[in-house]
Design a protein. Sequence first.
Length: 512
Amino acid sequence: MKIFSSHQIYQADKSTIQKEQITSDALMERAATQLFEWMHARLRGTQVNIKLFCGIGNNGGDGLVLARKLHEHGYSIHVFVVNYSDKRSEDFLLNLERLKDGKVWPDFINNDSGLPNISESDIVVDAIFGIGLNRVPDDWVGNLIAHINASNAFTLSVDVPSGLPVDRSPWEPSYVIRSSYVLSFQLPKLIFFLPETGAYANQWELLDIGLDAEFIAKTETDFELIGRPEILPKYRPRSKFSHKGTYGHAVIIGGSYGKIGAVQLACNACLSVGCGLVTAVVPKCGYHSLQTAVPEAMVLTGSRDKIISRIEIPFSPTAVGIGVGMGKDEDTVQALAVYLKGSGAPMVIDADALNILSENRDLLKDIPEMSILTPHPKELERLIGPWTSDFEMLDKAKSFADRYNLVVVIKGAHTITLYNGKGYVNTTGNPGMATAGSGDVLTGMVAGLLAQGYPPAEAAIFGVYLHGLAGDIGASKNGYEALKASIIVDNIGSAYSELFRKPEAEQKENPR
Ligand SMILES: NC(=O)C1=CN([C@@H]2O[C@H](COP(=O)(O)OP(=O)(O)OC[C@H]3O[C@@H](n4cnc5c(N)ncnc54)[C@H](OP(=O)(O)O)[C@@H]3O)[C@@H](O)[C@H]2O)[C@@H](O)CC1
Ligand SMILES: Nc1ncnc2c1ncn2[C@@H]1O[C@H](COP(=O)(O)OP(=O)(O)O)[C@@H](O)[C@H]1O
Ligand SMILES: [K+]
């Protein structure tokens, strides 16, 4: 699903109005009707105090329409107009009149008004600012927002949490509504997925307001949300007359004394994702444990006992995963430097291999093009330097990826894969995956997909999705806390099955 910028949303709005020959207030009515139906389906007439805070733009207009509908259905409502500007939108004004026609009289909050009472048992509807926010709210509006947050009342935000700009990080974090739930129109907003801003929109849902589908389909976006519909077409089926050679020979290079388990996890993941043959390249100390723990894998060792000192592979791997548990010994740095220059295989570079690159920047130019780098945020910072906001981080990481022609996978709650100027935001995964070794599993999976012939960006996007899905299935059986990296590996098979599971309704209609 595409992630639009605010500018693109306004264009979609315009295009819908033109194509359907409707007025803008009809679109507002449609949007707010969706809000009302969502609330009504859950409240079913419950007599709870609903306090609606409406700005003076179209976000406020949505709030006013919602208020009218709630009132018409007998809900107990109190409307506050947050009067932060004289430039009221036409549709706001129109709906203010309609509300008054229904005998609802809003209270106007200005810069010299006191703060209204909000009790914890109230429901707050937050329709102060929408996607039109373009500067820091005035202090009195910010204080009202902080007051709403302090009330601990259930806060339902219309479109976006007020005070949260959609295309940058907030000017003043305490002036942003901490929504209990966001009902966002039609398209997901990038801020829902970034660590800095995602917390304001802890839970969110999209309401389909029928924006011009053709316009949405033809618009190019900087970011895309990756769910099952985007993943399924990337799947490469196995053919009946295939053999293990069809699915590639991956090599996992890594490990050091006390960190052989990382290679074990990556090898297991690589095999479980469907790779034909897997060879591990480890220091001597890893030989016996690997041969025992992963009997399916072959093992090559170098000359030193505890570290990787030379990388010599007597065949041409189809894909390589390098760095897990590898350490940064001077000999290992040399081995990586030599290997990078000589290797032609598509590569996943992770963990200590990334740290070595950060500390030996002259090696960056030797990374084979279209390699996949999988840093977590700390490793990314070592590579591209610090940032002051998630938006700056994305810009810097994109430039880095473009400069060296790489695929950069920024791991996190919503892992973002950057490739060719575009970001692909993952939707699977859970906090149970914040556990030792889960990144090693990802490295093995992506290397295994590369070995099977998935193009690099597809291997990364598909692998990240499947890894998260395996983690979700693992968590559904084990809970978050007990989820271990090896359980993620154990559930890779179920994740593949889940990809092709028909939704229940479809199954009933179409048994078999
Ligand atoms: N397609 C869709 O998705 C649909 C969207 N709809 C709804 O429209 C909403 C967007 O509405 P909107 O454009 O009127 O902007 P909104 O956020 O209400 O702000 C109002 C104005 O405030 C101003 N302003 C900005 N920052 C400020 C500040 N700090 N302090 C003071 N003033 C500030 C700024 O005007 P300026 O002063 O810059 O001229 C801005 O224009 C959207 O979120 C959704 O709820 C639906 O109705 C229909 C379909
Ligand atoms: N809160 C979370 N929600 C979803 N996925 C997560 C979360 N925390 C971590 N992960 C995933 O787990 C993996 C952790 O990788 P990494 O930090 O490299 O771990 P390690 O170095 O222990 O192997 C990444 O793929 C990341 O996306
Ligand atoms: K809002």
